[in-house]
Design a protein around this ligand. Structure first.
Ligand code: F6P
Length: 369
């Protein structure tokens, strides 16, 4: 029987749903019955630490062990129950203009005899996958990002688990906020896209939701808060995405510098807003940044199932020799789209149809005439 080797890696920020996807790539590729009908015997190797694992497969001074590990069905049997990625991840960009190591990656793919590559990631990781595809690598992608901002798919792994965390944390905040008559500003992730803030805010019934797609007026936020108090509200929950911008201020970021994909480290808009609200309204206002809690914990049932379907579909693409594609979920179907389409532009909230620009909240009309 012909033998072929599949490499699988996870890149970018971790999230829940990665381990289920890895498990199902392995199980589908190694499935005995399927191997007989395909007449190909696959081997799957895990590549640790994202693209770093293909830049330095032998390890480095921080991790002086091989980054290549053979994955067996027995090994990944329980992985779908766990958050994060058991393969590790990194934000290494082999095409970083300041340190281009793409040639080393191509050589290592050859030296490691990797016939195919499954890259699980967001726009950065899949952007690298697309470039490698252009250089002849037989690659397929699986979408993940808690921001849900990739095009070409209605779902990206990690999103629903993160929305669950936001909802749960806000439920906890409500009792303490109400007891003290406080305002709580809850900062979620979401650098360009407001999906987490919007759907997390809708799930938890937040009073105000602020998203990067619509610059907000500080005065309007204050007005809404005071209006609520006049109506008898004891407390308020305001959800703000880290990339949301107060009009006249631009993006708020506490730290200087950018990562190897050129992204700024955002964060701080929640604290900024809480200060502005308490100054203007004289109501005690606290802020909390959910930060990496949104990435943690076991994958919810939906992420386990979607990880499973995406993992299986990625191997289907390999079997069909249909490369340069990302598996995707669209209109209720698991399908595939060219990687080029997935990374061409970000999938943002449609303000006109999904956001109420007066109440700074989710839409109040769904079925339009
Ligand atoms: O890109 C996804 C994301 O969740 C962004 O919303 C956020 O800015 C970023 O990851 C933070 O990632 P890290 O702290 O791991 O660099």
């Amino acid at each position: 029987m012909e033998k072929r080797r599949i490499g699988v890696l996870t890149g970018g920020g971790d999230c829940a749903g990665l381990n289920p996807a890895i498990k199902w790539v392995v199980k589908t590729a190694l499935d005995d019955r399927l191997q007989r009908t395909r007449k190909i015997q696959y081997e799957v190797v895990g590549i640790r630490d994202g693209w770093k694992g293909l830049v330095q497969p032998e390890g480095d001074k921080d991790a002086p062990v091989s980054r290549i590990v053979t994955l067996t069905e027995e090994m990944v049997r329980t992985w779908d129950r766990y958050g994060g990625t058991n393969l590790g991840t990194s934000r290494t960009n082999p095409y970083d203009p300041e340190n281009d190591c793409s040639k080393a990656v191509l050589k290592n793919i050859e030296d490691l005899r990797l016939d195919y590559l499954v890259a699980i990631g967001g726009e950065d990781t899949l952007g690298v996958a697309h470039k490698l595809y252009g250089e002849g690598v037989k690659v397929v992608g699986i979408p993940k990002t808690i921001d849900k901002d990739l095009s070409g798919t209605d779902y990206t792994l990690g999103f629903e688990t993160a929305v669950g965390v936001i909802t749960e944390e806000i439920d906890r905040l409500r009792t303490t906020a109400g007891s003290h008559r406080r305002i709580f500003v809850v900062e979620t992730m979401g650098r360009h896209a407001g999906w987490l803030a919007l759907e997390g805010g809708e799930s938890s019934g937040a009073y105000i939701i602020l998203i990067p797609e619509y610059d907000f007026e500080l005065e309007r936020v204050n007005e809404l808060v005071l209006e609520g108090r006049r109506k008898g509200m004891r407390y308020d929950i305001i959800v703000v995405a880290e990339g949301a911008k107060p009009r006249g201020y631009g993006e708020i970021s506490k730290e200087e510098g950018v990562d190897s994909f050129g992204h700024k480290m955002l964060g701080g808009v929640g604290e900024f807003l809480a200060k502005k609200i308490s100054e203007a309204t004289k109501i005690e206002t606290r802020s909390i940044t959910l930060s990496h809690l949104q990435r943690g914990g076991a994958p919810c049932a939906y992420d386990r199932r979607m990880g499973r379907y995406f993992g299986i579909a990625a191997v289907d693409l390999i079997v069909k020799e249909d490369f340069g594609k990302m598996v995707s979920y669209r209109n209720g179907q698991i399908t595939a789209v060219p990687l080029k389409e997935a990374i061409a532009k970000l999938n943002l909230v449609n303000v006109e149809t999904m956001y109420d620009t007066e109440r700074y909240n989710g839409r109040r009309t769904i079925l339009r005439s």
